[in-house]
Write a protein that binds this ligand. Structure first.
Ligand SMILES: [Mg+2]
Length: 233
């Protein structure tokens, strides 16, 4: 073995080994997570949906019979999901992927307590717009109620929390979104002080964020954001 080969082969071996280890340590992100984190298409889709939702809310609250008629005293609300609707948790997805692990309730709870979720594009403008129209924001999410404080703090850090916002997080497994939506509409249970509300918009990323089949109300009262990372499909 000449002198060059004597140094070159061990060097190449080290480089190759390092490369393999790096590839193992950091496998490329799956397309769904990359799309959410890196694509303009995701950003524009969300921004478009939130703009249309804000326009729809404005039209509904300005309907003449609402302004002049007996319904003048009605209170209006939008029911807004949190995860992958206002809060972008793709960092959690990246961390779990890089660790070769999937979703667990414990790791999710730790992530929520870190208060590091980012904003879904378009959500801030939407929330500001509906509030300017006098519409109350009800955050209705399956985050557990014991995580209310870190959730509020995360929203506050992102500049999207208002003191008048209402939160209906999940108290237990039996506390379904249907139960909580009924409380908003009827002014019962947790909504006894604040409600009842006429809901002029439901915004979410899962079918479970809407009261019924989407077909009739999609793009009018129901606004569905893209979430390719997880769901019951
Ligand atoms: Mg969600």
């Amino acid at each position: 073995m000449n002198m060059m080969a004597k140094f070159l082969f061990p060097g190449l071996f080290i480089l190759f080994s390092f490369g393999v280890q790096s590839a193992v340590a950091n496998p490329p992100l799956p397309n769904d997570v990359r799309w959410v984190r890196n694509s303009k298409e995701y950003q524009y889709s969300c921004t478009y949906i939130f703009r249309k939702a804000a326009e729809s809310v404005q039209v509904q609250t300005e309907l003449p019979e609402v302004v002049k008629g007996k319904e003048q005293s009605k209170q209006y609300a939008v029911v807004v999901d949190l995860d992958e609707t206002v809060l972008d948790n793709s960092t959690y997805q990246v961390e779990r992927w890089n660790a070769g692990l999937g979703f667990t309730q414990d790791s999710w709870s730790l992530w929520v307590k870190r208060k590091e979720a980012k904003l879904v594009p378009g959500s801030k403008n939407f929330l500001e717009s509906v509030r300017m129209n006098g519409v109350r924001v009800v955050f209705l999410s399956n985050r557990m109620h014991h995580n209310l404080n870190p959730t509020r703090e995360n929203l506050r850090k992102l500049g999207v929390l208002n003191d008048h916002d209402l939160f209906l997080l999940r108290q237990s497994k039996l506390d379904t979104k249907e139960i909580r939506r009924a409380e908003v509409l009827n002014g019962t249970g947790r909504m006894e002080q604040a409600g009842p509300f006429t809901v002029v918009g439901y915004i979410g990323d899962q079918m479970g964020d809407f009261p019924s089949d989407l077909s009739g109300e999609i793009g009018r009262k129901y606004f569905l954001l893209p979430n390719p990372m997880y769901g019951k499909w």
